[in-house]
Structures are given as structure tokens and as C-alpha cells.
Design a protein around this ligand. Structure first.
Ligand SMILES: [Zn+2]
Length: 498
């Protein structure tokens, strides 16, 4: 028996189970920052579709509405009810846990009048609306759906990088663990965005510091002239490459506004074709959301794809060499986005040569974890980012706060061990959880950390917290509390000289 969260990793809880507006919200609402319309919904548990289609409160007409899935005891039991969606399964269908079953209805007018989101209710024995329980407790240590790329081959771990509108130095990149950075060439002249441009000196310093740069070119996202837009942009970009002492470097063009709900994909591809006509197929890349990047690769319009998570609803095109995985981060005073490269050649300068690179320790973790494999280093970095976002929220003040604890769970609903390191830290730091009715006793959290002292997970857990403590985005109070608790656990943190 396995359970999955109904949305891919990255969701947030739009409204928890509990009292709401003088009534009671008998479910959990899942959403996605930046908009949830169209987001795929996955079956939390295997079972048979009991109801599907229009339903009071969840919208209609069919196929809009809800899906209810009934599970046998062997499948985990009970009924899961998903609302405010457009169904992709029918009554009587049998579905597997983690299988896509619907997408979030993007039209408020036909989903009960609420903003697009996925409502999940759980009835633990069978279909009986009077018995609904907190879905987050029921989900427990559920897995995330859609974690695997849909095809192709990718490295075991990505190369870490970033992009920013402000200048970057190789020293700052080292401190952030970044191997490459995406920086602007010219920006569209009608704007006042010229401050985003890189300078020849900046690019020289990045290269001299042993780092890589990826040139990106921004337009206003409206390639109205199609092919001609691309010709003009590529001519300018080629001159800018020469100006930056990077002659012949690839350039990734932003012809599609990632915030647009309906990018004009044919026009975008015409613009790419125009750019290719000037500087060649293997020097051109495209930046954009999943459907834009997919269309480009499907038509083989250019060599490089830089896909952003924005408006991509958890889907990644495995052919995209670059991924923009999150944004609005701040490290060492630099506002930036977090990027990953999933190929040896992702359009970087200096260009990759034939000789295989010698693996080196990730600079941000440096000597602290130099005996970790690159895979493990990536895991630590990934966990660190996750923990930071969960504890501190967005790096942009006021955008959204940190997540509360998700609570604790045993199969019978009694309190158990905290689910994640973040849960444990939340308990240790006395961070109240608006979604949970209880705060785990510190002893349980300590017990969880002590569980980490067996097996290799222990080492991972300790390094994560060491990295947390050294991260400038975390307040001194939080660091002090973490270190005090770690000290009480007799876990020795002895960072080596970097
Ligand atoms: Zn709801």
C-alpha cells in the first residue's frame, strides 16, 4: 500500500482542515503559488472510481466537478474525494496510487465559484461525508507524484547554478555553490531594464574565476514580428557576445513571456527560426515554460532549452539542458533564481571541451562535506533549500511565510514521530503550526533526530543542519536554537576549514 500527495512537490496548503468562516472545512485545499489552474491531480491511493463529474459545491457540468475513489482494505481502505477539478477518469475505472486522474479546473465560474485549487477530503472507512478526517494526517509520509522525468536520459545529479538581474562574482558563486550563472546580454531597448545587462568586466571575472556563464537575451515577450524579431535579436546578440569577449557563445532567448497565460507559441518558434538563420542552430536556445520548451524540442528548432518551473505545473521536459527551479531567493545580498544544468553542454562559456572534468567538492559545502559524493552533496543542497523555504518562507519579505509543521501521524491517528527534519526543527524551535492541533513534544523531535544517528541518513541529517546553521538566510536566533539543540544531542559539529 502506498500513498501519494495529490499534487506534485511544490504545492502549498491553501486552506487546512478545520474551522473556517464560522463553519468547518472538512478537507485540505492544495494549490500552487502563482496559480493552480490546469495543475495535474494524482490519486493519493489506489482504488476504484465511485463518483466522477458534476457535483454540488465542486462545479460542473461534467467533466468538471469531482472524483471520488474507493479503496479496498488491501489498497489502504476508505474513500478519497477530490474537488474543483476536470476529471480524466470515469466511474468504474481502477486507478493506481500516484496515477494522474484529473486537473484543477481553471475556471472559477464552473467550479463552485472558488479560485482554482484541489480540495481533498478523506473518509477512512467508506463513502460517508460525516466521517471526514484531516487529510494531512491520513497522508502521513506520502510520496510525491510525478517525480521521475517522462523520458530521455539525465545525469544522476545536476550542476548547480543561478541567474540574476544584478552582477555576480565568482566568489559569490562559490559561496552559493554555483558552477554557472545566467546573465543578460542586451535587454529590450524600449524598457528601463538596462541595469540587468552584464558588462565585459563582469564576464571576464566569472571566466577568470573558473566559473561558467550562460548568456540570455530578454525581449518584451511579444515577438510580434516573428522571424524578423529573431533576426534582429540575434544580430544584436552576436555583437554583444563579441563585446563580452565570448565570440561564438550560445545565447538563450526569452521570446515567450513566462507570465503570459497564452504565449503565442507559433510566433515564438518563428522568432527562434529567425535567430537560427543568423547565428546557427547550435548557438541558439529558448527560455520558457513547459509547453513552449516542449514545442521547441518537438520541432528541433534550436539546440538549447532553458525551462522555468513557472507555469509548468511540475512537468519538466527531459530534453531541456537547463532548469530554473525556483526564484526570488536571496543569498549574500544577491537576489537570484536557482537553476540546474542537466547536461554537460548547456550553452555555457567557456565551451565544454573534450576532456572530462575532474569532479570537485561543491564549493558552498566545501570542506564541510568534502567526503560526500556529488550525489550526496546535491541532496544536502536540495534539502537545505527546502528547509530554508519551509522555515523562512520566500526570500522576498511578505510574499509568503514559512510553512507550519505538517503534524505527526501513526496509522491509527495517534501522535508519532515528526515526519521530516523540518518538522523536527519546528518542534525544537517551538514554531507553532497553524495547520496542526498539537506541537510535538520536544522529546519526540529529539527521538526523531536520534533515529537519524543510525545508517547513512544520520550523516546526511547532521550535514543538513550544519548547512542550515551556516546559511545567512536563517536568523541568528534560529541558528542559535538549532545549535543548542544539536549540542544537547551530543552531535559534534566540527566544520573543516573551507
Ligand atoms: Zn476545500
Amino acid at each position: 500500500m502506498s500513498r501519494y500527495f495529490p499534487l506534485a512537490r511544490g504545492y502549498f496548503i491553501a486552506s487546512p482542515f478545520g474551522p473556517r468562516d464560522g463553519g468547518f472545512h472538512a478537507g485540505t485545499d492544495f494549490g500552487w503559488l502563482g496559480g493552480s489552474g490546469g495543475l495535474p491531480i494524482y490519486a493519493c491511493q489506489s482504488g476504484t472510481v465511485l463518483y466522477a463529474g458534476a457535483a454540488s459545491g465542486y462545479g460542473g457540468p461534467d467533466p468538471r466537478g469531482w472524483v471520488v475513489i474507493d479503496s479496498t482494505d488491501a489498497e489502504g481502505g476508505g474513500c478519497a474525494e477530490y474537488g474543483h477539478l476536470v476529471r480524466e477518469v470515469s466511474v468504474g475505472d481502477h486507478v493506481q496510487a500516484g496515477q494522474r486522474i484529473a486537473h484543477i479546473n481553471p475556471d472559477s465560474g464552473s467550479n463552485g465559484g472558488v479560485p482554482p485549487h484541489c480540495h481533498l477530503s478523506i473518509m477512512p472507512r467508506g463513502y460517508d461525508p460525516a466521517t471526514k478526517i484531516d487529510p494531512l494526517l491520513w497522508l502521513g509520509q506520502a510520496a510525491y507524484p510525478a517525480e521521475q522525468p517522462t523520458g530521455g536520459t539525465v545525469p544522476n545529479f545536476p550542476i548547480i547554478g543561478g541567474d540574476s538581474a544584478q552582477a555576480i562574482t565568482p566568489e559569490l558563486m562559490d559561496q552559493m555553490g554555483a558552477e554557472f550563472w545566467c546573465r543578460y546580454l542586451c535587454t529590450f531597448p524600449a524598457s528601463n531594464m538596462d541595469f540587468k545587462r552584464s558588462t565585459p568586466g563582469e564576464i571576464d571575472r566569472i571566466v577568470a574565476g573558473g566559473k561558467k556563464v550562460v548568456h540570455n537575451w530578454e525581449t518584451d515577450g511579444r515577438p510580434d514580428d516573428g522571424f524578423a524579431t529573431g533576426v534582429s535579436a540575434a544580430q544584436d546578440a552576436d555583437a554583444e557576445c563579441n563585446d563580452r569577449h565570448t565570440p561564438g557563445a550560445p545565447v538563450i532567448f526569452s521570446f515567450a513571456d513566462p507570465d503570459s497565460s497564452e504565449p503565442d507559441i507559433p510566433k515564438v518558434l518563428q522568432a527562434i527560426d529567425g535567430a537560427v538563420s543568423v547565428i546557427g542552430w547550435d548557438r541558439v536556445g529558448l527560455y520558457g515554460r513547459f509547453d513552449v520548451i516542449k514545442a521547441m524540442f518537438d520541432g528541433n528548432h534550436c539546440k538549447y532549452g532553458w525551462q522555468t518551473y513557472g507555469q509548468s505545473y511540475g512537468q519538466w521536459d527531459p530534453r531541456a539542458q537547463l532548469r530554473q527551479c525556483s526564484n526570488a531567493l536571496t543569498d549574500h545580498g544577491v537576489g537570484h533564481d536557482y537553476d540546474e544544468a542537466w547536461a554537460d553542454d548547456y550553452g555555457q562559456w567557456p565551451r565544454p571541451n573534450a576532456a572530462p572534468a575532474t569532479p570537485t567538492a561543491n564549493p558552498v559545502l566545501g570542506g564541510l562535506v568534502s567526503d560526500l559524493t556529488p550525489d550526496e552533496q546535491h541532496e544536502v543542497l536540495f534539502a537545505l533549500r527546502d528547509i530554508r523555504m519551509q522555515l523562512c518562507g520566500s526570500a522576498t519579505p511578505g510574499e509568503y511565510p514559512g510553512f507550519g509543521q505538517l503534524g505527526v501521524v501513526n496509522g491509527d491517528g495517534t501522535p508519532g514521530a515528526p515526519r521530516t527534519v523540518v518538522d523536527a526543527l519546528g518542534s525544537l524551535l517551538n514554531v507553532p503550526n497553524p495547520y496542526s492541533k498539537q506541537l510535538e513534544p520536544a522529546g519526540q523531535a529529539l527521538g526523531f533526530l536520534e533515529q537519524r544517528t543510525t545508517g547513512h541518513a544520520d550523516y546526511w541529517g547532521k550535514q543538513v543542519m550544519a548547512a542550515l546553521a551556516s546559511n545567512p538566510a536563517v536568523s541568528p536566533d534560529v541558528k542559535a536554537a538549532v545549535l543548542a539543540q544539536l549540542a544537547s544531542l551530543s552531535i559534534t559539529l566540527t566544520p573543516k576549514a573551507v
